[in-house]
Design a protein around this ligand. Structure first.
Ligand code: SF4
Length: 349
């Protein structure tokens, strides 16, 4: 594309955005100045997670911790509890580390450049580009799944994902590079176009502001792009999960090790999750194995957990990582989804 084509493309997208932008709780309305804390918090939550799933979590966090300094002062376990159900828990750990770094080393102000932002915990290429452009209106190439899809279709790139990622990023870069006219709005406009018009299964090409020059539309069947490599099936793992209650109407919870899957989260006691038949947790050998099991899909494996129960348990857990929690204070929504599923299924029996 030559310089004029790029200007026309951007103008068409921005004009469309001015009429059709999504209203999102973290997004500044026209004429308002974006709040970097809102932009950062939402972008961390949106990594690997959909907008509808993020909205209630974003509002809950903002209500509890209205700025970066209050978040930096939060009890880590409180943050993990509030994050429960959103998945990818390393994000919650990095959220706190990042808030503390900004509070202590940057006087509570977010750095404005991509280079400085990338030095912060949990902020990589994509998130730094999104924050610098959306919060500070600096030119940057923001490429999420929506933008990849628009690029693949607009330029009719038939190479399969993930191999085509560098090409798609480079095309997006050509369109955004050094463009100083409303870079934040342009980044959001392209994402909105992908989310609402150039949708994965049924793109609304007749309503699209760039359909006159879109190569994918011209070739027909743009919904087949971007092409993807065949998915291989995930490995399977299994284990036991324990719902243990004692005479004092308490339930046994386990604080998971800080590192690893669901690190630092409070969950139900469970065995290791392995491809072979699991060994019981030693001090819970007496639990009754139920017929019920839950299935949960993680990014890299599918898990089946068989539920084991014990009531009126008279046991002494082997470490302080196990906590007896009064059942009347216990809310299963504070558990990661995999444990919540087990608890809810057991409640129904
Ligand atoms: S014309 Fe259709 S395929 Fe092309 S960018 Fe617009 S919605 Fe997507």
């Amino acid at each position: 594309m030559n310089k004029n084509d790029i200007i026309d493309f951007r103008e068409a997208i921005l004009k469309w955005y001015d009429r059709h932008r999504r209203v999102l709780p973290w997004r500044a309305l026209p004429g308002q100045t974006p709040d970097p804390y809102h932009v950062w918090l939402s972008e961390i939550m949106l990594q690997q997670t959909t907008v509808p799933a993020v909205i209630p979590y974003f509002l809950k966090f903002l209500n509890k911790w209205p700025d970066v300094k209050s978040l930096a002062a939060a009890d880590p376990q409180d943050i993990m509890n509030e994050w429960a159900g959103l998945g990818y828990y390393a994000r919650a750990r990095n959220l706190l580390k990042c808030a503390i770094t900004i509070t202590n080393n940057h006087n509570g102000e977010f750095p404005q450049t991509q280079t400085e932002l990338k030095k912060l915990p949990g902020i990589g290429d994509y998130t730094s580009a999104a924050i610098t452009s959306i919060a500070f209106n600096n030119p940057a190439t923001v490429v999420d799944g929506n933008v990849e899809r628009v690029m693949a279709r607009y330029f009719h790139i038939t190479e399969k994902l993930p191999q085509s990622k560098p090409t798609l990023k480079s095309l997006a870069h050509d369109l955004s590079n050094n463009q100083t006219h409303r870079p934040g709005d342009y980044a959001q406009a392209l994402m909105d176009l992908g989310a609402t018009i150039c949708t994965p299964k049924s793109p609304l090409c007749s309503l699209c502001p760039i359909n006159q020059t879109c190569q994918g539309y011209k070739h027909g069947r743009p919904e087949t792009l971007p092409a993807r490599a065949e998915k291989t099936s995930k490995p399977k793992k299994s284990g036991y999960v324990y719902i243990i209650k004692n005479n004092q109407s308490e339930i046994l919870l386990h604080k998971r090790p800080a590192k690893g899957l669901l690190g630092g989260m409070l969950g139900l006691p469970t065995t290791d999750w392995t491809p072979e038949k699991p060994e019981h947790v030693d001090f819970l050998q007496a639990a009754e194995i139920n017929r019920e099991a839950i299935h949960h899909s993680f990014t890299h494996f599918d898990l089946t957990l068989t539920i084991c129960t014990m009531t009126k348990a008279n046991i002494t857990p082997p470490s302080n990582d196990y906590i007896w929690q009064p059942i009347e204070n216990f809310e299963s929504k504070t558990l990661p989804t995999v444990f919540r599923k087990a608890f809810v299924l057991n409640q129904k029996q």
